[in-house]
Ligand binder design. Structure first.
Ligand code: PLP
Length: 419
């Protein structure tokens, strides 16, 4: 009989196999210093474009003070236990009420981590007779939630309403036999390429088909819509979203997440989301910190205005220079270049070491072979100087990519490794 770990020694997994070449640099890099537009990477200052602190709250002095005071008063542990058992407080309820009010829903429920919460919400909302129809580019937490589903599930082509409709029709046929219902899931903002989900079109389909709609608005909450209430508000269809979800890991610069929906649905989720029923409640520090962040989001529209000034300056600058930034209509700013994985590695190395620019890099198999995606996340705390430095660096690296510099560099590195 084989030892369970044999396969692990042989195969580190699709990402783990790159560890020896990539760890500490391309993956698991250490960004040091306070969270800001400029931080330190391997001792050198870099402009940081990879932090989802959209509204610049992570290091805002008022937030830092409230976080510190809450930690001093309650420590990091309080309340202990799961919400249902011993981890519930009036402050948790207060934050829920304020969040529900802010996103225009009857009720809300807090969760300790977005990822687990989404997995469990999907698990709770469907049974084996139901059918899930979800966007093929959905975030891992949605995919993992769907994995728990015992019934049928269909993906539709990314943001393709025709494909969605076809799959809803397939789902309807199945539900007619099983007696189940349909759950459609989209992201509000797709975090990799920055496209908004087609929420308006999806909600319009409710006139024709009977389904419920769950939206993961991780990147939209705080950044989209007139008041920052998210992509549903932006597209004028918040009422058509049956279950609205957002994490605190982005605009709220914290930890935690919430669902917002009709009271009955929230009451149901509260008693049926296993990752929340059987795991520790969100600590007070994050609840009190969450209340302060929400207050700032509500009362300081200038934070979002400045964010969007930066988004527009960056995206317009890239477009003017002829860069392909896909179909983004949100803050997430992808830059698509043509090149191989070794070229991408040489390019990112050059960007970090010689231009002081730190951004995320995405390659095959996440995107098609031959494409390099550099993902920039503008925030409120970026400056026009950061943007103009970045734009000229990007023009320069594109020229080097096109004239073969990175190809030669990567071949030289490969030859050295073989020798
Ligand atoms: C679209 C999306 N959903 C869910 C999550 C998970 O949220 P959390 O970090 O709170 O677990 C993320 C990442 O933070 C995300 O980008």
């Amino acid at each position: 009989m084989k030892d369970l770990f044999d396969k692990i020694y042989k195969d580190k997994g699709p990402l783990g196999k790159w560890a020896s070449q990539a760890e500490g640099y391309y993956v698991f890099p250490k960004l040091e210093g306070v969270i800001s537009n400029r931080m330190k990477f391997r001792g050198k200052e870099v402009i940081t474009w990879s932090i989802n602190d959209y509204l610049g709250l992570a290091n805002h002095p008022e937030i830092r003070q409230v976080d510190a005071d809450a930690a001093a008063q309650y420590g990091a542990a309080y309340p202990m236990g799961a919400r249902m058992m011993s981890g519930h407080t009036t402050m948790h309820e207060k934050l829920q009420d304020e969040l529900a009010d802010f996103v225009g829903k009857e009720a809300a429920y807090l969760a300790n981590f977005g990822y687990q919460a989404m997995v469990s919400a999907i698990d709770a909302l469907v049974n084996k007779n139901d059918v899930i129809v979800y966007d093929i580019d959905a975030h891992a937490c949605i995919i993992d939630g769907v994995r728990l589903h015992m019934g049928k599930r269909f993906t539709y082509q990314h943001n393709d309403v025709e494909s969605l409709e076809k799959n809803i029709e397939r789902a309807v046929k199945i539900c007619e036999v099983t007696g189940g219902g349909i759950l459609v899931i989209s992201e509000g903002v797709f975090g990799m390429r920055g496209e908004q989900g087609k929420l308006k079109e999806i909600v319009a389909l409710k006139k024709k088909y009977n389904f419920r709609f769950l939206v993961d608005d991780a990147h939209g909450f705080g950044t989209m819509g007139k008041t920052g209430a998210g992509t549903g508000e932006e597209q004028g269809v918040q009422d058509g979203i049956d279950v609205y979800f957002a994490t605190f890991a982005k605009s709220m610069a914290g930890i935690g997440a919430f669902f917002a929906a009709d009271q009955d649905i929230i009451d149901y989720l509260k008693y049926n989301m296993r990752s929340q029923m059987f795991a520790k409640s969100l600590p007070m520090q994050f609840v009190i910190g969450g209340l302060k962040r929400l207050e700032m989001l509500r009362t300081m529209p200038e934070l979002k205005d400045k964010l969007w000034k930066n988004v527009n300056a960056l995206q317009n600058g890239l477009r003017q220079r002829g860069f392909n930034i896909g179909n983004t209509n949100t803050c997430v700013t992808p830059v698509f270049l043509n090149g191989s994985i070794p070229e991408a590695m040489a390019l990112v190395n050059d960007l970090r070491e010689n231009y002081g620019i730190f951004c995320s890099i995405v390659v095959y198999p996440v995107i098609p072979k031959g494409l390099i995606l550099l993902r920039l996340i503008p925030t409120t705390v970026h400056t026009l100087e950061d943007i103009s430095e970045t734009l000229s660096a990007f023009s320069s690296i594109r020229e080097k990519l096109e004239n073969g510099t990175y190809k030669r560099l990567s071949e030289a590195v490969a030859a050295k490794m073989e020798a």
